[in-house]
Design a binder for this molecule. Structure first.
Ligand SMILES: [Zn+2]
Length: 369
């Protein structure tokens, strides 16, 4: 029933529109034009102004026949990572790839194009459907900024689906971790390394003392920890007075996240105290965790829609964060579904066309009983 040629055209056209984070205007306009064409009520919020971007989140609504029925949200993000300009998509042996110098931007056009084609299919065939809300977010790739800046109460949806996970269509992310971003600064004291080393306080020594004790990597089945960057010191002959580090801790369990964060801070503090340095330790919670049970409405609806397609649902936990974390935090239960994309954020990124077509059919099925 779906028009595969049109789906292909949507994908190619949108991939070719440059849309880096904060510069989504052109793609936003393309999206708005098509949503209006489909007869949806469309609005744009102020997320762009708030985050310094040139486009806001695009929100659209299509009422269903049954006004009592729950409203189902579909969401995908408009922005993409670098190198993502002048992308030339190539379809070969049924698989979309870039020509090789850029990403493909299947992350996240492989979510947007199937939503479009599903709605055109529903419209053209006069199919009954549930009320639909669409949310196309900006600046997802730079900290989920669009979703975070959605105004509370601006959405109607009862539950939703984000299309922003890798893996074959049929993969359902039912669990995502919460995440603390961590910034650490050790402040020692500079001094001449040869003339008066005893007057200095070596910040690198403080950092290494702490880093030797901090547990990193996979802490347990739910929790990971990482110090990812370290910068410090000014010259070979100067006792280093400052070291800055950035890291993160993630956990599916918010209590464990808190515990590991405090543990890390204590180890740094102890090392700083031992050598007389000062410590600045900042932990910022970037998004909340979420977890679905197999009995939740969104999971049941998605499984049924997959079974109609003849596909086996695969329920997985994710170690990453996406807009789905934010929507769940805002009280709209949102599953993250795979679009077929693979190797996102690399020049090897690809997506099989058959997954785009399957995802389109899945969306049509989700909207029907
Ligand atoms: Zn994405």
């Amino acid at each position: 029933m779906i028009d595969e040629k049109r789906l292909e055209r949507f994908f190619v056209e949108m991939v070719k529109i440059d849309s880096p984070s904060g510069q989504e205007r052109e793609l936003a306009d393309y999206v708005i034009k098509h949503l209006k064409d489909l007869g949806l009520e469309v609005s744009e919020d102020k997320a762009g102004e708030k985050t310094g971007g040139n486009a806001g989140n695009i929100i659209a609504y299509l009422p269903g026949k049954n006004k009592e029925a729950p409203t189902i949200m579909f969401t995908a993000h408009l922005d993409r990572v670098e190198p993502g300009k002048n992308i030339e998509p190539v379809l070969e042996d049924g698989v979309f790839r870039s020509k090789g110098e850029t990403i493909l931007a299947a992350d996240d056009i492989s979510g947007i194009a199937p939503i479009f084609e599903a709605l055109y299919t529903i419209k053209e065939n006069g199919l009954d459907h549930y009320p639909v809300e669409l949310v196309f977010t900006v600046s997802e790739e730079v900290g989920l900024l669009g979703a975070k800046n959605l105004e509370d109460g601006s959405l109607k949806a009862d539950f939703g689906f984000a299309f922003d996970s890798n893996g074959p269509v049929g993969t359902i992310i039912i669990k995502g971790p919460t995440h603390n971003g961590i910034k650490v600064k050790v402040k020692g004291k500079a001094s001449h390394a040869g003339v008066s080393p005893e007057e200095g306080i070596n910040a690198i020594k403080v950092a290494s003392l702490a880093l030797g004790k901090i547990e990193q990597g996979r802490i347990d089945s739910e929790t990971t920890s990482n110090i990812g960057t370290i910068k410090g010191g000014k010259a070979r002959n100067v006792v280093p007075d400052e070291v800055s580090m950035e890291g993160e801790i993630r956990s599916h369990n918010p209590e464990k996240l808190e515990k590991e964060t405090r543990k890390m801070e204590e180890i740094f503090q102890k090392a700083a105290d031992e050598l007389g340095a000062k410590l600045e330790f900042e932990a910022e919670n970037l998004y909340p965790a979420f977890e679905f049970s197999p009995e939740d409405e969104a999971v049941i609806r998605c499984k049924k829609a997959l079974e109609k397609l003849g596909k086996e649902p695969k329920l997985l936990a994710s170690g990453g964060g996406s807009d789905a974390n934010i929507f769940n935090g805002k009280g709209i239960p949102t599953l993250n579904l795979a679009t077929g994309m693979e190797k996102a954020h690399s020049t090897d990124e690809y997506v099989p066309f058959s997954d785009l077509a399957d995802l389109t059919r899945l969306i049509v099925n989700i909207l029907q009983d």
